[in-house]
Unconditional design. Structure first.
Length: 184
């Protein structure tokens, strides 16, 4: 594929995307920490609401993460090689945003469910939607990160490195021999 933008510019844009993904990943990791806080809260409180302090932090993620991934999708348009089929949004980004939007929708379903069933049990069907949405979002994010990384490796191999050792590592990574130097 011919270069649509200079390699140096593309590398800088891909690095910015990686920094943004690392920030979003740290936010997503704090969801897991808050999941444990919420679990310990449910051992003492029979019923809570969306306005329980532990849920402020938990539910705010499901608003911030789709917005953050949407911003990545907007910036992703500046790197032509990452576009999806038919010049659309990258498929991994689509899956990630859909997964987090599903969790956002589940907040309302959760409140509606607990209007009729007061007890807080983690195995009820409305909680399955939280878990499935997060898993789908993680799978999409992983696919996107692997695609960005693969493109960075391609560009690194094409762009001569100033350090010959780094240039050799890029060459080995591109050939798929980075972790197995003994294989001919």
């Amino acid at each position: 594929m011919p270069a649509l933008i200079p390699k140096e510019v593309e590398i800088q844009r891909l690095k910015k995307i990686y920094i943004f993904v690392i920030c979003l990943g740290s936010i997503a990791a704090s969801v897991e920490v808050d999941n444990f806080v919420d679990g310990s809260l449910h051992q003492t409180a029979i019923r809570d609401s969306a306005f329980t302090p532990a849920h402020w932090w938990l539910y705010s993620h499901f608003v911030a993460l789709p917005i953050g991934w949407g911003m990545v999708a907007m910036y992703d348009r500046r790197v032509p090689v990452l576009r999806g089929p038919g010049n659309s949004m990258n498929t991994g980004l689509k899956i990630t945003i859909i997964g987090y939007l599903a969790t956002m929708f589940t907040i309302g379903v959760n409140e509606l469910w607990h209007f009729w069933f007061v007890e807080e049990i983690f195995s009820v069907p409305n909680h399955w939607m939280f878990n499935m949405g997060v898993v789908v979002a993680f799978m999409g994010a992983l696919a996107y990160v692997v695609r960005v990384y693969a493109r960075l490796v391609e560009l690194g191999a094409e762009t001569p490195a100033k350090n010959p050792y780094v240039a050799e590592l890029y060459k080995l990574a591109l050939e798929g021999k980075l972790y197995s130097r003994s294989i001919p």
